[in-house]
Design a protein around this ligand. Structure first.
Ligand code: PEP
Ligand code: MG
Length: 852
């Protein structure tokens, strides 16, 4: 159904707006240019569509000059002249941003008519732009007009889905009252109010969006409770997900400093009926109950790519677990049989090979864990059934993992949950398995998907995966990446509100899930998907060639390895060598360290699998956050800043010496490179070199072996010249460099969206590294996660990096993408990125350049 032009009101009737400041008149904003006014949610950039910058309206301009929407003062004019912020007389700040990704134009095509600090009148010219030039070089011309200080102001009416002429009324903005909550009420913290939904068509998209918009004007946390369901009032999709129809009861709960006002405002807004016309039908597109203005959800990329498909909620088998046991002997035998049955199923699946083998192998190891067996036996002896005992044992383990700081260990919770489920199913606790009638091109929606559930799906019907929870390094994410299925994690509970059958556009690279996109957007996606598919096939066909830029600069594309199987796969995928062998796999999950001979055997096998290609072995990188039973680490407040990386090796030089001897004995010197993790000072490198020399002496070895350092701390990056004077090479670990550079825990889920190695601060640390190493003429590679991101490769090359060590699945794409670039292009991108203000800006630039 076509949208009707409309002026929507976020609040109506002066009487009920008790959070509004009645002394201040509403601010009227005039359209700054001719064009078409659209809801912000339709802007193809989550930063605006998700209202991260604030609420507002977007204009698709037909005019080429932006005028002041009201009287005020220019408080910000971006250097690139594409964005200007005006402070209106009452204090509202209005940000106007011409086009998307236009910052990258560096001012070309723009003329400013005002300067910062200048007072302007409504209708004065602010910025002119060359429409033709922008149409060619910008991702989109759509121009968001945003209320930037939404914590103080809210939009009460707005013109949307309609043409606008310059000077015509476009928005009305009202100042919110400052908090008047009494200290006692604030201390009590929570206010509740029961409301009967008066809306003719229930709480559908538009009122949900308006309620959410109003909620965003308050600092208070506001939730809507309907039976068992709970929704954050700031999330329109979550509100819609409550499924509230007319006359349904709902409880509003607000807590926080301005909770009382927030509650009063939202309840009044809802009770007002929100001008919902009885006769007006609900807009529907694609699927019943999926409104067109639902916008996009933000998630975190777990596997790259773009897919267009149909929403399908993953259906999970219900389990019924009897609590009481039927006697020790019977229950013990039942559990044993169930575990054996699961093991044989896993063993058979493992023998098929593929990316899941390693994961299934880890599951098999869990099933053999004596501690699990002991706890389950105790529980059975205490009168529990086999199923209840197994469930409780695994739940206790999951609770332990939950407390761990290492994200990769925490993500293993999903593996344990998976094993719990599989054994319970083998014990007969499953009710009939629901049929997964996947539509073609299904976009699977779920809270989380267990690896065994992934394995049971038909990958030819799964076009994408979006999980409400999960982490980017979960096994489900790894499996999705290995199957080339684009995937997003951490999309939030709003996923639940998406109806099966809704058309979805999953853009993993942009971290966005677009709900019921319009036909032109779908068509554009189909073309991009077809182009990407044929490009992938072509890239795979030439993956075995050495990598060069278009103008002939050699860039080595290596693989990161964690096992012998990885080495075999990497060679098949076109790896030119190994830029990082994580040796921890030999040291963790055991009661004593591996002997020198065991290490000789393993490193030797990997070197052979690489058939003469360079093997870069990282010395042991464990610490308080990745503990080993045989290393009694002292208790630490901050394990990430404590005994970790090379510090452990220097604390226990006996372990390092054994490892170095094993490496020297097993890998030919010409093929071998050794590197130390988490180096922060030259002294550490010298200490490692002393031990390496001792090992060579002990083995009567005359050849030298390259010794490098990993640049993972800001200290190493800014002293790269000093380190490079004595190191044979530097390799940047962007995961830790981002963690320490941005002072952000790499495992903190709530920071995941900001944890981005393309942050200009991290890029500047990389630039400092290549510059410092360049002075000593030492090569710099990147082996952290950023090296596996094809989007980032041109920047890294432009910054002077000469090798990338990536996950095997990205090697073909990396080689093909790099072959399309010249060194000069890479340098230009790198210098533009270094001057940007956020990772989001850098990503936007790269996406636009990548699409050319
Ligand atoms: C890094 O920190 O970027 C890195 C490669 O090491 P790890 O991820 O193993 O800590
Ligand atoms: Mg690291």
């Amino acid at each position: 159904m076509a949208q009707t032009p409309q002026i929507t009101e976020s609040m109506s009737g002066a009487g009920q707006v008790d959070q509004g400041d009645s002394r201040a008149p509403d601010l009227v904003l005039l359209a700054p240019m001719d064009g078409w006014a659209s809801p912000l949610a339709e802007v193809p950039d989550p930063v605006f569509a998700e209202k991260m910058m604030g609420d507002g309206v977007a204009i698709d301009p037909t005019g080429a000059t932006m005028h002041a929407p009201c009287d005020g003062e220019i408080i910000l004019l971006h250097d690139a002249l594409h964005a200007v912020t005006l402070r209106a007389v009452g204090g509202a700040e209005i940000l106007m941003h011409v086009g998307l990704d236009t910052v990258a134009l560096g001012g070309q095509g723009f003329t400013a008519h005002v300067a910062k600090g200048q007072k302007v009148k409504a209708g004065d010219r602010l910025i002119s732009f060359d429409l033709d030039q922008l149409a060619q070089s910008a991702r989109s011309l759509i121009t968001p007009i945003i209320i930037a200080n939404g914590e103080k102001f809210s939009i009460v009416t707005r013109r949307e889905n309609a043409p606008v002429a310059r000077g015509q009324e476009m928005m009305r903005v009202r100042r919110l009252a400052s908090s008047q909550a009494s200290p006692a009420a604030a201390a009590a913290g929570e206010f509740r109010r029961d409301v009967i939904v008066p809306l003719a068509h229930g709480l559908h998209a538009r009122p949900a969006a308006r309620l959410a918009g109003a909620a965003k004007g308050f600092g208070a946390e506001i939730v809507f409770l309907a039976g068992e369901k709970r929704a954050n009032a700031r999330s329109p999709i979550a509100l819609m997900g409550l499924g509230l129809s007319k006359d349904a009861p709902v409880t509003l709960i607000a807590s926080g400093s301005d909770a009382e006002q927030a509650l009063a405002a939202l309840a009044a807004l809802l009770e007002s009926g929100m001008d919902e016309d009885e006769a007006e039908p609900v807009a529907i597109v694609g699927a019943p109950a999926m409104p067109i203005d639902a916008g996009a959800l933000a998630g975190i990329r777990a596997a790259p790519g773009l897919s267009l498909g149909t929403a399908f909620h993953f259906k999970r088998t219900d389990l019924a677990v009897p609590e009481a046991g039927r006697g020790d002997a019977l229950e013990t035998a039942a559990l044993r049989h169930a575990i054996v049955a699961v093991k044989s199923k896993l063993g058979a699946a493992m023998r098929k090979g593929g990316a899941q083998s390693a994961i299934l192998g880890a599951h098999l190891a869990f099933l053999d864990d004596p501690e699990l067996a002991r706890q389950a036996a105790e529980s059975i002896a205490g009168g529990k059934s086999a199923a209840a005992a197994w469930r409780d044992t695994i739940d206790a383990q999951i609770a332990v993992l939950k407390e761990l700081k290492d994200p990769r260990l925490r993500e293993r919770m999903a593996d344990l949950a998976d094993l719990k489920r599989q054994v319970l199913v083998a014990l007969g606790c499953a009710t009939a398995a629901p049929a997964q009638d996947l539509p073609p091109d299904a976009i699977l929606l779920a809270d989380d998907i267990l690896p065994s559930e992934m394995a049971g799906l038909d990958p030819t019907r799964v076009a994408g995966i979006a999980l409400a929870g999960g982490g980017p390094t979960s096994h489900a994410a790894i499996l999705a990446a290995s199957l080339n299925i684009p995937a997003l994690v951490a999309c939030g509970e709003a996923l639940q509100a998406i109806a099966d059958g809704t058309v979805l556009l999953l853009d993993a690279d942009r971290g966005a899930l677009m709900i019921a996109p319009r036909e032109p957007v779908r068509e554009d996606a189909r073309i991009r998907i077809a182009t990407a598919t044929s490009a992938r096939a072509a890239a795979r066909a030439s993956a075995q060639s050495l990598c060069h830029t278009r103008d002939g600069r050699r860039i080595a594309i290596d693989a990161n390895l964690g096992s012998l199987e990885d080495a075999v796969k990497a060679v098949a995928a076109g790896a030119e060598g190994c830029g990082l062998l994580r040796t921890e796999f030999l040291f963790l999950d055991r009661q004593s360290p591996p002997s020198e001979d065991e290490q000789v055997h393993t490193y030797g096998a990997i070197a052979q699998a690489l058939a003469g290609r360079t093997l870069t072995i990282r010395t042991l990188d464990i610490g308080g956050d990745k503990p080993a039973a045989y290393l009694p680490f002292p208790a630490e407040e901050n394990p990430a800043l404590g005994l970790r990386g090379v510090r452990v090796s220097l604390w226990r030089p006996d372990l390092l010496k054994t490892q170095l001897r094993a490496i020297l004995r097993s890998v030919p010197a010409a093929q071998c490179r050794i590197m130390a993790p988490m180096v922060a000072s030259l002294e550490e490198l010298r200490a490692v070199r002393r031990l390496l020399d001792e090992a060579r002496d002990e083995l009567d070895m005359r050849e030298t072996v390259a010794l490098g350092v990993m640049v993972e701390t800001p200290a190493a990056a800014v002293t790269a010249d000093i380190l490079a004077a004595e190191a044979d090479f530097l390799s940047i670990g962007t995961n830790d460099l981002t963690q320490y550079g941005l002072a952000m825990d790499r495992g903190n889920a709530s920071l995941a969206a900001q944890f981005d190695a393309l942050h200009p601060a991290v890029l500047r640390l990389i630039a400092a590294t290549t510059e410092g190493a360049g002075r000593a003429e030492r090569p710099v590679g990147v082996c952290g996660g950023l090296a596996s991101d094809p989007l980032a490769a041109p920047i890294l090359i432009g910054l002077g990096v000469t090798s990338l060590s990536a996950t095997a699945s990205q090697i073909a794409t990396l080689k093909a993408d790099i072959a399309k670039r010249t060194l000069d292009e890479c340098r230009a991108l790198a210098s533009a990125a270094l001057a940007m203000t956020s990772a989001a800006e850098v990503r936007a630039l790269l996406l636009r350049k990548g699409e050319r």
